[in-house]
Design a protein around this ligand. Structure first.
Ligand code: CA
Length: 268
């Protein structure tokens, strides 16, 4: 399910048409306040969010949505300043699409996002159920697990298929990150990055490969990665560190390899 928050009628219609074609049930609205309400009511997987809205701006809408939802937020912006991108990422957006965009571009982006979400949940979930005979298996073509149901069950099952490092437990089936037994709320993009970096252990994940991971491409796909793309990864990692309480200078989990990328800190 998707929520479209866009005050321009033509663009709203275009977004709706493309998302319907991609198989989404779509709930459109023209204002920020009603967008926040719709997301809280509908619990969508995807939100497209216009930056310039008549009531509250897209940054504030993203902030409010993040209090209740882990939907993938794609911010639509006519402005391309890096400051907007950074601010947007800090408020909880996952992706940006600059206007004008073609339906094809939007469809490709949305499909990559949904593949990534399904893969993040089901692939790792399938890995963990092999050692959890009590859990129901999840078929590859099945809907991703209901995210809204996850928090209620997160506290009482052992993350067999998860990752552990220095007091942090990353549990893909529950989509949860815990540090010293306290739950940390992260966005889907932050979750994917943290999982990629920690799963790599002491092997460095380059920023380029992380950008491609977020696009659901192979690390060596050879597709173009811009400086702005790499900069978004830096911002996401910075946000992650802040949420985890990690320190770039004396990292407990994410170590920076200057000029290259990131890797997991050594176990201590
Ligand atoms: Ca607008």
């Amino acid at each position: 399910m998707a929520v479209v928050v866009e005050d321009d009628e033509d663009i709203r219609g275009l977004l709706e048409a493309v998302l319907l074609q991609s198989g989404f049930e779509v709930h459109p609205t023209g204002s920020g306040v009603s967008g926040v309400e719709l997301v809280a009511q509908r619990d969508p997987d995807l939100v497209t969010l216009d930056l310039g809205l008549p009531d509250i701006d897209g940054f504030e809408v993203a902030r409010r949505i993040r209090r209740t939802s882990d939907a993938h937020i794609v911010m639509l912006t006519a402005r391309t300043d890096e400051i907007d991108t950074v601010l947007g990422l800090e408020t909880g957006a996952d992706d940006f699409l600059t206007k004008p965009f073609s339906p094809r571009e939007l469809r490709a982006r949305v499909e990559a996002i949904m593949r990534r979400r399904v893969r993040d949940r089901t692939a790792m979930h399938a890995a963990s159920v092999r050692t959890r005979p009590d859990a129901a298996p999840v078929g590859a073509g099945e809907q991703e697990p209901d995210v809204a149901a996850a928090p209620g069950t997160a506290g009482n099952h052992e993350p067999v298929g998860g990752l552990r490092l220095n007091g942090l437990v990353l549990d893909p089936p529950a989509f949860s990150v815990r540090v010293d037994d306290g739950e940390i709320a992260v966005t889907p993009t932050e979750f994917t990055l943290l999982h990629s970096i920690l799963a790599g252990g002491r092997t460095v994940r380059t920023k380029t490969s992380l950008v491609r991971r977020l696009r659901d491409e192979d690390a060596d796909s050879g597709t173009f990665v811009s400086e702005a793309d790499e900069r978004s990864v830096e911002v996401h990692v910075g946000n992650l560190r802040r949420k985890l309480g990690d320190n770039a200078k004396a990292p407990r989990w994410i170590e920076t390899v200057r000029g290259v990328g990131y890797r997991a800190a050594p176990a201590s």
